[in-house]
Design a protein around this ligand. Structure first.
Ligand code: HEM
Length: 149
């Protein structure tokens, strides 16, 4: 049986641990399991790595974002495009794993509802929805658990 737990904390036996990482992994596991019936933990390091890159620089709003039309290149154009490509590849890998691991008779979940809404015609929109739910559904919860601890 799949067990969502606090393995790294239990294993640390009092040694220092990266509590934010543990809480984000935990909330990612809950988000993956509850919304997509998926053991998503193995994607955790990649997801967190990309989110750190995003939060550390290219995700921050700049004056040029508001002043210039979107087609005008700025210093963030290339890094943001590269990030988008990496992020999309990762989300597509998550979607592919979900599709491969789910048996037809299994209980329906949020992924089934989203898939049916887009009827497999609009893969990009489906990927956007999955991105939003994974990001919004675990980052905030992980931070809240971290600060609560
Ligand atoms: C402690 C937990 C959470 C906190 C503090 C939190 C906080 C927030 C805040 C402040 C916003 C932005 C609202 C706005 O500016 O309009 C937001 C948006 C959102 N949250 Fe949460 N949230 C939490 C958990 C969750 C969870 C568990 C989910 C999904 C399972 C979720 C899904 C969303 C979505 C879909 C949005 C809209 C994102 C968008 O605009 O694209 N949140 N949340």
């Amino acid at each position: 049986m799949y067990r969502i737990g606090l393995g790294p904390l239990e294993a640390s036996r009092g040694a220092p641990v990266d509590l934010l990482g543990v809480m984000q992994d935990l909330s990612l596991a809950v988000a993956g399991k509850s919304m997509f019936s998926l053991e998503i933990d193995s994607f955790g390091p990649q997801l967190r790595g990309l989110l750190l890159i995003f939060a550390a620089g290219i995700g921050r709003s700049r004056a040029s974002d508001f002043i210039l039309p979107r087609w005008v290149p700025t210093v963030t154009t290339v890094p943001r495009a590269r990030f988008r490509q990496h992020w999309r590849t990762l989300i597509q890998a998550i979607i592919a794993r979900r599709r491969a691991s789910h048996s037809p008779g299994a209980q329906r979940d949020l992924f089934d509802l989203l898939s049916e809404s887009y009827e497999d015609r609009e893969e990009d929109l489906l990927a956007d929805e999955v991105s939003t739910m994974i990001f919004a559904g675990h980052e905030t919860t992980g931070l809240t658990l971290f600060w609560a601890c």
